[in-house]
Design a protein around this ligand. Structure first.
Ligand code: MN
Ligand code: MN
Length: 365
């Protein structure tokens, strides 16, 4: 954590920005080790060029911030305190003159913005996002170890889901079993709302699980992830129930081959657009281009969607230490959808695939 804060402080010095004020749970967690869901209450972290940082959080959370290892100042406020009065006193006591302040422009709300303006009337605002994205882009060994565990648990959850498939069972029934069994293993949080989609519903890239029942000839798609120690996994597997048509088999083979092409193209230095295109052009050549309507994948870490974004417009190179998903999909209305998603870590000279559940077409009977 100290190294991360120091990195941000050097950036503030280099940019001639006197302070950063960060308010999103993921960025505050990244810099402090303290994970807090403050609901509507204020969570904030002031970082300065040289002076020690200040964490602002509800008083009832102070103990958790300390046990997470935060050793600098905390401004804890009760539900009847005005946090901004306390912040103002603390900033004034430090004699900090702020001409420019970096904030998460995409996250800071207007009420907090107005309080910052009142605190630093002549300050201009800079965006902190790009720097935080860059810091979080490359994972260290400790983060990687947690991401490996999260991926392993996602594999386990898919295996369990597949074992639950039976004629007439509903999507929600299987979903409930997966999450119940994960909870028994101590997983308190999923990375996002679990998807179990069967038949026509699998052909919707962001379908909503419901009471649809599994029928012979359906594709059943699982997309899920777990949070372990603040880090997310994200896996998708699609299996067939009872039998598959020639077209379904063709769709499956196309998506799998495209996914393998993109993994093969992934290595340090490879331009991200070429990785996206490795999968996309394969799918286009198979005649399904219009049925692959989304990017190839997304960075993965504290947030389930972070940087890099794997699109065919991103010419940045892959770097050792990046973790992201590769998840091509083909969704043909009334026939069914297939998506295959793995979590990928870029090593010194290639990749390590963190999710390991098998990918060859399974026909469940
Ligand atoms: Mn994903
Ligand atoms: Mn997913």
């Amino acid at each position: 954590m100290k190294h991360r804060l120091e990195n941000l402080m050097s950036w503030l010095q280099a940019q001639d920005i006197e302070a950063a004020f960060l308010t999103s749970t993921p960025n505050v967690f990244y810099l402090t080790g303290f994970q807090c869901d403050p609901h509507e209450r204020l969570l904030g972290l002031f970082v300065f060029q040289e002076k020690e940082p200040i964490l602002i959080c509800p008083k009832m959370e102070e103990g958790q911030a300390r046990s997470a290892g935060w050793g600098y100042e905390i401004i804890g406020y009760s539900d009847t305190d005005s946090p901004w009065t306390l912040v103002s006193e603390s900033i004034k006591a430090r004699g900090i003159n702020v001409r420019t302040i970096a904030v998460e422009k995409e996250h800071l709300n207007v009420e907090r913005y107005e309080n910052l303006v009142a605190l630093f009337p002549s300050a201009s605002f800079a965006a902190a996002e790009a720097k935080l994205h860059e810091l979080r882009l490359v994972k260290d060994e400790k983060e990687l170890a947690i991401l490996r565990q999260a991926a392993h648990m996602a594999d386990w959850a898919v295996e369990l889901g597949v074992s639950q498939i039976a004629e007439g069972k509903s999507e929600m029934e299987i979903l409930g079993t997966i999450e119940y069994e994960l909870k028994k293993k101590g997983i308190s949080k999923m990375s996002f709302d679990t998807m179990v989609l069967t038949g026509a519903n699998s052909a919707l890239p962001h379908g909503e699980p419901g009471t649809n029942r599994i029928q012979r000839g359906d594709f059943v798609l699982f997309d899920l992830g777990v949070v372990i120690d603040g880090y997310c996994s994200d896996i998708t597997r699609t299996v067939a129930f009872w039998d598959v048509s020639e077209e379904q088999k063709h769709i499956y083979d196309t998506v799998l081959a495209a996914q393998l092409k993109a993994i093969e193209a992934s290595k340090p230095g490879a331009a991200i657009d070429t990785v996206d295109r490795a999968a996309r052009s394969y799918i286009e050549n198979a005649g399904y281009g219009e049925y692959f309507p989304h990017r190839l994948g997304h960075g993965l870490g504290i947030s389930v969607h972070e940087y890099p974004s794997l699109t065919d417009a991103n010419t940045s190179p892959l770097r050792t230490g990046m973790v992201f998903t590769i998840e091509p999909g083909v969704y043909v209305p009334n026939v069914g959808g297939v998506r295959i998603e793995d979590d990928i870590y870029v090593t010194e000279n290639g990749v390590e695939i963190l999710t390991k559940y098998p990918k060859e077409l399974q026909i469940i009977k």
